[in-house]
Design a protein around this ligand. Sequence first.
Ligand SMILES: Nc1ncnc2c1ncn2[C@@H]1O[C@H](COP(=O)(O)OP(=O)(O)OP(=O)(O)O)[C@@H](O)[C@H]1O
Ligand SMILES: [Mg+2]
Length: 217
Amino acid sequence: MSTDPIVVLEGLRVARGGRTVLDLPDWALPPGGHAVLLGPSGSGKTTLLHCIGGLIRPDAGRVRIAGRDLADLSGGALDTFRGQTIGIVFQTLRLVRALTVTQNLQLALRLAGKPQDAARVHDTLTRLGVAHLADRRPHRLSVGEQQRAAIARAVVARPALILADEPTSALDDANAAAAAALLKAEAEAVGAGLVIATHDTRIAGAFAHVLRLETRA
Ligand SMILES: Nc1ncnc2c1ncn2[C@@H]1O[C@H](COP(=O)(O)OP(=O)(O)OP(=O)(O)O)[C@@H](O)[C@H]1O
Ligand SMILES: [Mg+2]
């Protein structure tokens, strides 16, 4: 495995509506490292995860993932790189409504350029306790079940980096802690780096790397 950090952030700054919402010291995560991103609501957790995932471009600074500077990748190349390298659990989950749970995972494999693998899809759903829901569409799952399906989709293609934005409003703290534990186990199983955003400071103790965001005036 490469010894390059899986994530490098240098001089990162993001402005929204004329206001700086993110201004970070340099930060790096070693390959396979697990980090928690802590901060109150509005401190920029989602903004930062979207920068790391190449979904938004920072106003200043750079993001390097597995040695690649995201600024060097244009639209299509960035989408391909993201599909192959990064699995994302969005705060709003973003499962594809028109597809079943299984088909959502199959789509993730396709976007990663990996061959279809029914056994891998089934095993992943089984580990996350949602195999019995494989043929349902997402809106027929509870929010907790949807979250586990979204975690399954993020890990099925064995990404080198998993980004997870905790849906804090929908889950109580016990379920949020369970989701964090599941994500850690899944990241370990595939040797992936993990960055998980949460407002729950109790989760931080379980992580070797902590990145704290403050609310900006
Ligand atoms: N499209 C936008 N236009 C203007 N400001 C925005 C926009 N999106 C986010 N912001 C602002 O950027 C800041 C950071 O938002 P962000 O969603 O990253 O916070 P967060 O830490 O993820 O919060 P939460 O815990 O509630 O999910 C907030 O102050 C928010 O109001
Ligand atoms: Mg957020």
